[in-house]
Design a binder for this molecule. Sequence first.
Ligand code: IPE
Ligand code: IPE
Ligand code: MG
Length: 613
Amino acid sequence: MRAKPHPAAAEPDVSTHAPRGRTTARSLTGEDPHLRAAYRLCHRITRVHDPGIHALFQLMPAALRPACWALWAAASVLDDLADQRDVDSTEREARVEAWTQALERDLAARISTDQVRHALVDTALRWRLDLPHLQGAVSSTLDEVRDRRFADWAEWRGWCEALVPWVDQVRHLFERAGAPMTLRLDRQRDYKQFIDGAQLTDVLTDLSTDLAQGLLLLPREALDPFPDAEDDLRHRRWSPAVAALIAELTSLARQWVTRPAMTTGMHPGAANMLDTAACLLRAQLDAVDAAGPALLKRTPRLSVVTRTRIFAPARLRAGLAWSLTPLTVPEPRRPAVSAHVPRPAADHTALRTSPPHPEGARPPQIPADQMPAHVAVIMDGNGRWAQQRGLPRPEGHHAGTAAVHEIVCGALDIGLRHLTLYAFSTENWKRDTGEIITILEAIRRDLDEGPLRDLDVRQRWLGHPDKLPTELVQALQRAERRTRNRIGLTLTMCINYGGRDEITRTAAALARAAQAGDIDPHLISEDDFARHLPHPDMPDVDLLWRTGNEQRTSNFLPWHATYAELHFTPGYWPDIDRRDLWQAITEYSRRQRRHGAAPLAITRDDASALPSR
Ligand code: IPE
Ligand code: IPE
Ligand code: MG
């Protein structure tokens, strides 16, 4: 997919008006912090991947924006999977296929452990999107993976058609909101041509990136009248033939995106979006024309002045137009507390519920919006626990395993989604070999024989295989495969993990991507970095808890824990039980988190879509 669904193109006709019911985006996500985090990520992906599209979404009623972010983010993630040039097309196809199948499963389960899919599933179910259509849109990405050569414009337009199902999803949203955008039959051609124009603008804008990957996404029919242009382009030579070809194509794209009749009789809010999108595309084409030889070296971008000139008046018009438009917005779905949702696991193990606390203690009721999505624990104090009892240190590690089981049960009981445990650090190799062997062997045995095997826990491993015994690495990988479709709790065990090591390896992965031309080193963002982490879907840590009476983080999760609430307790790890976790979460729920904002500072409509924690 090149141009992703153009939201504006999805708004040919708005006709139904009911009394205006102002709905903020926050009320769409309800009180489920996990869901708010998922939509927040989608918002970020949209903003970072395509500021133009993000700005166009801002012209929509606030209530519809989160759904658009979710659709757009899903399209972007799939696009990235289809475009990863460090792997061959078979592997790319497998990755897209895996994502598509995971979405199918998630839609059936009505929940996902992947944040983008979680938001998409929520959008699809809440807005009652046409699921086969949505899946059709997702599957169309598979065509992206395959080699793209087009003999003529007709074939090229066939490729653009893959965008239509995405655009249709946005149309469905408006329909469900009570503002149907029924496409007028006499405007169908305009609508298609507009999408083609958006796609051609995108191809021209991305020419340098595509050429770096050996791609030339233009039909032979367009290239043939300009002898040598193709060869010059592939060798990045700005020749008269290339200049003439580009001029011809920008003029064609300008005609295609200029469809004034398309907005005739349309609701002013929709017409405003479409007209603004057309303006934006034309400005982008001007930037392509103005770039000259630089077009073959870098992506031409719009200046802030140009963007402001386009969007400032458009926002004013949007505010007025939508203030007159009533929308019906579906209620938030009930937060999906996955811990108690029975669901068959991929390995067909009959899943048990977690055994009750020995004294019958029950978890506290924490309001969903005050629950942390991710708790990370530095399990410290095994050695001192043993020494205190006159036992050898390894005994402390054995006792610590029981505390791990307790905490996992406590996490399931209270409905926590992500628990990450620090079990062995890259610095722990400094210990005595006997102690290292005890720790690692206890972990391996627990994976193969321990009681977590048949709880609804997706087990993952974070760390590096270097120096770890092969049997342990295999056991970790087996557990990961066996539990990958479980949804109750994601338990990430950090074994041979070091925060600096993780950051260094991620930086190296980014450098490789830049070298391969997959990413522009000048534009690397935090999101790009996060996408290259070993588990890109791991959410930020909300609560970082360390036992054992030490107050330091010891190289644990530096990327994810920058805004974590810290909680230090004096007890040694083997003495911990699930009530300590519940206590930590209860304390967390009383804290006020601001993430740098002043208290009560966030008042804008779209800011209200963001999670407060
Ligand atoms: C934590 O307990 C477990 C690991 C680091 C593997 P320690 O073994 O660090 O216990 P103390 O800090 O020496 O008491
Ligand atoms: C941190 O504990 C690592 C784990 C719990 C696995 P350590 O006991 O190794 O940390 P320091 O050395 O006291 O900082
Ligand atoms: Mg220690």
